[in-house]
Write a protein that binds this ligand. Structure first.
Ligand SMILES: *[C@@H]1O[C@H](CO)[C@@H](O)[C@H](O)[C@H]1NC(C)=O
Ligand SMILES: *[C@@H]1O[C@H](CO)[C@@H](O)[C@H](O)[C@H]1NC(C)=O
Ligand SMILES: *[C@@H]1O[C@H](CO)[C@@H](O)[C@H](O)[C@H]1NC(C)=O
Ligand SMILES: *[C@@H]1O[C@H](CO)[C@@H](O)[C@H](O)[C@H]1NC(C)=O
Ligand SMILES: *[C@@H]1O[C@H](CO)[C@@H](O)[C@H](O)[C@H]1NC(C)=O
Ligand SMILES: *[C@@H]1O[C@H](CO)[C@@H](O)[C@H](O)[C@H]1NC(C)=O
Length: 410
C-alpha cells in the first residue's frame, strides 16, 4: 500500500528518534517546515492588506452567532486530513496573538475600506466561508449599509443622525461613480468608506456589478450579517434601534420579485438565456434589497446566471431590475419575502418613480410611509412594511432633519 510508505508527518514527529537515519525519514520534517513557512507567509500577507490603527473594543455587546439555516449546503465532504488539522493545532493552539490578528482581519476596524484588489480577486476572497461558524472572539453582528451613488451621499446629515450612538453595530460602504473625487470630513461616518468603484450607467449591467462589488467589500467584514442597498436619495423611516432589530430578527430576506406580463416585465426577457432561465422564471423587482449574509454570499459567487445577464441582458433589458429578483426566485425563493423594505412611489407613471421635494415632506406624509401598509413579517400580519424610502431630493434635507426627532425618533 502506498499509504504506508508515506507516514503522517506529524505522527512521525512524535516517534522517538531513530538511529537509522535516512533521507526518507527526513522528508516529513521538510514538508512540515515548508508548510509552516507557507502558512506564516500567507497569514502575514493577508494581514498587511488592512491597517490596524484602531483598537478593538473588547466589551462588545454580544457574541456573534451566525444564522443557521436550513438551506446550507449539504455536500460538504469530511475529507480534512488529520495531518493538516494537527498542523493547525500546533500552529494556532493558545496563540492569543494570532487570534488578535485574526479578529482584526475578519472584522476590520480600520476607517478605510480601500484595497487594490481587482473584482475577480475581491469576489473570490469575499466568497470564503469559515467551516466553524462560532467566532473565536466576541463581536456584535452588524448591518452593512451600502450606498450606491453618483456623487456624494446628499442626505448625509440625516444618516449621521441616524447612526449616532450605535457605533459597532453598523458598517458603511459607498460606491460612487469614479468622476466624483470628493472626500468627506474626517468626523463623518462616511469618511474613508468609499470602496474602489467603477463607472455605472443607469440601467446597464454594470449597475449589478457595482452591487456585487459593494456586497463583496461588505462580506470581507465577517461581523456584517445584514446587507442593505441604498441610494443617495434614500432616507431611513425609523431610528437605528428599530431598523437594526427589524432586520436582525427577520427570518426572511427582502428581495422584491414579481412576474409581470407586458413589455416592461416578461417583454424584457431574452430568449438566449434559455434553457437555463425560462420565461416563466423571469422576475422583476426593485434593486433596493435587504438580505442576509448567506444570500449575499450566493449572489457574489454566482457565475452561471450572472454571466447570462452580462452577455444577453443589455440596453432595454435593465439587469438591475431583473438579475437578483430572477436568481433569488429560482434558487432561494423559500427564504425570500418577495418584497422590499424600501418604499417608492410609482403612481405617477413613467420610467422613474416620483421624486419628493421639500414641500412634500410633512409629518403626515412620513407617518403614512411608516405605518400605513400591510404585509407579513415573520409569519404575522404587520403594518410596518418599509424601513426606508426614496426618492428624496437634496433640498428636502432641512425638513427631514426638522421632523426626524418627532416622527422618526432620532
Ligand atoms: C466599548 O464599548 C462600551 C459599551 O459598548 C463603551 O462603554 C466603551 O466606551 C467602549 N470603549 C471604547 C474604547 O470604545
Ligand atoms: C495559554 O495562554 C495563556 C495566556 O497567555 C496562559 O495563561 C496559559 O497558561 C496558556 N496555556 C497553555 C496550555 O499553554
Ligand atoms: C477632482 O476632479 C476635478 C476635475 O474632475 C479636478 O479639477 C480636481 O483637482 C480633483 N480633485 C482632487 C482632490 O483630486
Ligand atoms: C431598543 O429597542 C428595544 C425594544 O424595541 C428597547 O428595549 C431598547 O431599550 C432600545 N435601546 C435603545 C438604545 O434605544
Ligand atoms: C415568492 O415568489 C415565489 C415564486 O417566485 C413563490 O414560490 C413564493 O411562495 C413567494 N413567497 C412569498 C412569501 O410570497
Ligand atoms: C410589526 O413588526 C414590528 C417588528 O417586529 C413590531 O415591533 C410591531 O409591533 C409589529 N406590528 C404589528 C401591527 O404587528
Amino acid at each position: 500500500m502506498k499509504g504506508e510508505r508515506c507516514p503522517n508527518p506529524i505522527a512521525s514527529l512524535m516517534k522517538p528518534m531513530n538511529s537509522h537515519f535516512q533521507f526518507r525519514n527526513l522528508l516529513p520534517y521538510f514538508v512540515f517546515f515548508a508548510f509552516g513557512v507557507a502558512f506564516g507567509v500567507i497569514i502575514s500577507v493577508n494581514l498587511q492588506n488592512y491597517s490596524f490603527t484602531l483598537q478593538l473594543n473588547k466589551s462588545s455587546p454580544s457574541t456573534l452567532s451566525l444564522s443557521s439555516s436550513s438551506s446550507s449546503s449539504s455536500s460538504s465532504s469530511s475529507s480534512s486530513s488529520s495531518s493538516s488539522s494537527s498542523l493547525d493545532d500546533l500552529q494556532l493552539a493558545n496563540d492569543t496573538a494570532y487570534i488578535d490578528e485574526l479578529e482584526k482581519d475578519l472584522t476590520p476596524k480600520s476607517a478605510s475600506v480601500m484595497h487594490n484588489m481587482e473584482d475577480e480577486e475581491l469576489l473570490w476572497r469575499a466568497s470564503m466561508v469559515p467551516k466553524i461558524r462560532e467566532f473565536p472572539f466576541r463581536t456584535a453582528p452588524k448591518v452593512a449599509f451600502m450606498f450606491l451613488t453618483k456623487g456624494p451621499v446628499s442626505l448625509a446629515p440625516l444618516w449621521e443622525k441616524f447612526f449616532k450612538g450605535y457605533e459597532g453595530l453598523y458598517s458603511i460602504y459607498v460606491h460612487s461613480n469614479p468622476p466624483y473625487n470628493g472626500s468627506e470630513p474626517e468626523d463623518s461616518v462616511f469618511y474613508g468608506r468609499r470602496i474602489p468603484s467603477k463607472e455605472v450607467k443607469w440601467g446597464d449591467v454594470n449597475m449589478v456589478e457595482a452591487e456585487r462589488r459593494l456586497l463583496a467589500n461588505a462580506l470581507l467584514d465577517h461581523s456584517n450579517q445584514r446587507f442593505v442597498l441604498l441610494s443617495e436619495a434614500c432616507i431611513p423611516l425609523f431610528n437605528f434601534n428599530f431598523t437594526y432589530t427589524y432586520l436582525m430578527k427577520s427570518r426572511k430576506t427582502f428581495v422584491e420579485a414579481y412576474d409581470l406580463p407586458g413589455p416592461v416585465g416578461r417583454g424584457r426577457y431574452q430568449s438566449k438565456m434559455g434553457p437555463l432561465i425560462k420565461i416563466d422564471q423571469w422576475r422583476k423587482g426593485s434593486q433596493w434589497f435587504q438580505i442576509d449574509r448567506e444570500l449575499a454570499l450566493e449572489i457574489i459567487s454566482d457565475k452561471l446566471y450572472f454571466s447570462k445577464f452580462q452577455r444577453y441582458c443589455k440596453g432595454q433589458c435593465y439587469a438591475d431590475e431583473h438579475y437578483i429578483p430572477t436568481y433569488v426566485s429560482m434558487k432561494f425563493w423559500k427564504r425570500n419575502s418577495n418584497r422590499t423594505l424600501t418604499w417608492v412611489d410609482w403612481s405617477r407613471g413613467g420610467p422613474h418613480p416620483a421624486r419628493f421635494m421639500r414641500t412634500d415632506v410633512t409629518p403626515e406624509f412620513l407617518n403614512k410611509l411608516r405605518s400605513e401598509s400591510s404585509c407579513e413579517y415573520n409569519g404575522m400580519a404587520n403594518t410596518t412594511c418599509f424601513l426606508f424610502a426614496r426618492k428624496f431630493l437634496p433640498h428636502s434635507l432641512e425638513r427631514l432633519l426638522l421632523f426626524a426627532p418627532k416622527v422618526m425618533r432620532f
